[in-house]
Design a protein around this ligand. Structure first.
Ligand code: SF4
Length: 245
């Protein structure tokens, strides 16, 4: 029998500054989180999550609205095929229309073959593990996308880790540098309070911090609200000082 693996939070306990990091980010970026909401159709949320990959929020919303206008029912998109979906995405603007159209059509096709209809409403009655198993059986759906559907469409306390959260967790040395996003997500799931509100707030506020301040290139450490808690601040500030000389 396989031995149960040691929880990541025992291998690497949460640093003492994590609650303060979380508090400051919440106060700055999301002092009043919305009420938890279960989506009327989680399949919509799944397709919107696929559109959001390598896309900014405004284009994602436009592409999703374009798809819904072209196909009020997903059955029509399945029938139209990848070329039709691609045309609807191109009309809404944004890149990767061909790739995303193929992705979406394959997903619809497999879902229809597996379940005989195009809805994911039954996810609402499943536990988190069952939701993940079903979603990750679909083409192109990985753990992060499944976590997004759990958090945003089913109001479950999941903790998807995107590129901003991954970068900030490393720069703050919350997690070991070599951990990948899947491991970081598992670790956050163990150390953050297990409520939807806490995780939603941490997820959204950390992404906003990554977009506005702790950017991938030239982070704005001098004005960062986490500077006194961040072991990387000195390195970046020294780089700026050297460049200014
Ligand atoms: S101090 Fe700099 S590296 Fe650290 S979290 Fe803030 S912006 Fe990011």
């Amino acid at each position: 029998m396989p031995r149960p693996s040691v929880p990541l939070s025992r291998q690497h306990p949460a640093p003492s500054q994590l609650p303060e990091v979380s508090r400051r980010l919440r106060e700055r970026y999301l002092p009043q989180p919305p009420a938890a909401r279960v989506s009327r159709e989680p399949l919509d949320g799944l397709i919107e999550t696929i559109l959001s990959q390598q896309n900014v929020a405004v284009i994602t919303r436009r592409q999703f609205a374009g798809l819904k206008a072209a196909y009020p029912r997903w059955e029509a998109a399945l029938q139209d095929g990848p070329d039709g979906i691609e045309a609807a995405l191109r009309a809404a603007g944004g890149g990767l229309a061909r790739t995303k159209a193929a992705f979406i059509w394959n997903l619809l096709r497999q879902l229809h073959e597996q379940r005989g209809h195009l809805s994911l409403n039954e996810l609402r009655g499943m536990n988190d593990a069952e939701v993940r198993t079903l979603l990750e059986s679909l083409p192109g759906v990985g753990p992060k996308t499944a976590s997004c559907v759990l958090l945003f469409d089913l109001a479950r306390p999941a903790m998807p880790v995107d590129t901003h959260i991954e970068r900030i967790a490393r720069r703050l040395e919350l997690v070991p540098f070599k951990w990948n996003a899947v491991r970081i997500e598992r670790w956050f799931s163990e150390v953050l309070p297990p409520t939807w509100s806490e995780r939603y707030t941490f997820h959204v506020s950390t992404i906003r911090h990554g977009q506005q301040v702790c950017r991938s290139q030239r982070p704005l450490c001098a004005g960062c609200l986490l500077q006194d808690l961040c072991p990387s601040a000195g390195v970046f500030l020294a780089q700026i000082g050297t460049a200014a000389r």
